[in-house]
Design a binder for this molecule. Structure first.
Ligand SMILES: *Cc1c(COP(=O)(O)O)cnc(C)c1O
Length: 376
């Protein structure tokens, strides 16, 4: 495609930092660059404990182990999300109770939560879709009352806030992604944020294959042993070095992305007024971190037609997510409830090309192609 959907952006220091990691002689995990990344997040956002992982998927799997998910536990998860939000809990035997999105936003509808909670419910995963915060006060009030764990899937939500609080820092755990399609990238990569201090010691053990190696390296114990279950969740220094180069440029990256986002928004405002499309919902409690730009069309035919029209001009736009409750893997395990908002977003939402190096010329072409499609 002439105008791709995504192009990974390199700040310029990635290869230099990787070389530094390589020549330092320590390229396995938890070295200097990993510590620099942890420190960056802990100091910038006030997160209590950060642990880099090889993906957001891995961070979610760590969270599932940390809250001791067992067969028959129920976990409430929006159906409109990436597979990993649910798969991490299914791996440990949980039953997933899928929740619908709200009417105006793909985010989970807090109004339904109370009805989905049973004595078996152990946790809820909220997904801050497009980096826009879920209604966290309502969600925390309900989950606290029922003593449930809250995991924020903040894969798309770096540097975004709810009433001034950084996303990923509100629930018991937050999980981030640095996959090449996200704002800040390391190819594949992720991070677990532990907000509830009780879980910090065990999180370090699970991170290091079930051993207490982290305490050993800090000189707290004389030898390290196998003390719990775990896996190889920590990334190598090569990945952390790449990530650190990105983090150092976070503000510049965010500024450019927000400018691109704002141009899309103002260009399409007229179409929304004419009720041809819906633009992303931005509640007053949420910030916009310009993770993606999406439109919601009136129906599937109109959405698919726009994708085809863009494709004719060699512009790649994409749709997602297919409702997880209807997926080949889960449909026969779902309890049969109709999740109509989720299905509407699955059928009508389109994501437009969005990346740092999108040129003005390309941007105008995407916008004009969309506008003439809706106005013809
Ligand atoms: C990208 C994404 C993930 C997966 O992230 P990986 O780092 O690729 O594992 C999970 N959840 C959501 C909402 C995502 O957007």
């Amino acid at each position: 495609m002439r105008i791709p959907f995504n192009k990974p952006f390199l700040t310029g220091n990635e290869t230099q930092y990787i070389e530094q990691a390589v020549t330092s002689g320590k390229i396995s995990g938890n070295g200097d660059f990993t510590k620099k990344c942890h420190h960056y997040f802990e100091s910038r956002y006030g997160f209590k404990k950060c642990l880099l992982t090889t993906s957001c998927t891995d961070a979610l799997e760590m969270a599932a182990i940390l809250i001791d998910i067992e067969p028959d536990d129920e976990v409430i998860i929006p159906s409109y999300t990436f597979v990993s939000s649910a798969n991490a809990f299914v791996l440990r035997g949980a039953k997933i109770v899928f929740a619908d999105s709200g009417g105006n936003s793909p985010n989970i509808d807090p109004g339904q939560l109370e009805n989905l909670i049973t004595p078996k419910t152990k946790a809820i995963v909220v997904v801050h879709y497009a980096g826009v915060a879920c209604a966290m006060d309502e969600i925390m009030e309900i989950t606290n009352r029922h003593s449930l764990f809250v995991i924020e899937d903040a894969a798309q939500a770096i540097d975004s806030f709810y009433k001034g609080k950084p996303l990923g820092g509100i629930g018991h755990f937050g999980t981030f992604s640095f996959h090449e399609t996200k704002n800040i990238i390391s190819g594949e990569g992720g991070m677990l944020v532990v907000n509830d201090e009780r879980f910090i010691p065990r999180a370090e053990i699970i991170w290091e294959k079930g051993t207490n190696r982290s305490s050993f390296f800090r000189g707290e114990i004389e030898k390290y042993s196998w003390v719990d279950i775990g896996s190889s969740f920590l990334p190598s220094e090569v990945i952390a070095a790449f990530l650190y180069a990105q983090l150092e440029n976070l503000e510049r990256i965010q500024e450019v992305r927000k400018r691109i986002w704002d141009t899309y928004w103002t260009s399409f405002a007229g179409l929304q007024t004419k009720k041809k499309i819906e633009l992303p919902d931005l509640p007053s409690y949420a910030t916009n971190n310009a993770h993606m730009f999406y439109l919601v069309c009136s129906n599937k035919e109109q959405r698919d037609g726009l994708i085809a029209t863009l494709k004719e001009k060699s512009i790649l736009s994409v749709f997602h997510y297919l409702s997880l409750h209807k997926s080949p893997f889960y449909s026969d395990k779902h309890d049969g409830r109709n999740l109509e908002n989720c299905d509407r977003f699955a059928n009508c939402l389109i994501r437009l090309p969005f990346f740092y190096s999108l040129t003005t010329k390309e941007h105008v072409e995407v916008i004009e192609t969309c506008k003439s499609y809706f106005n013809s």
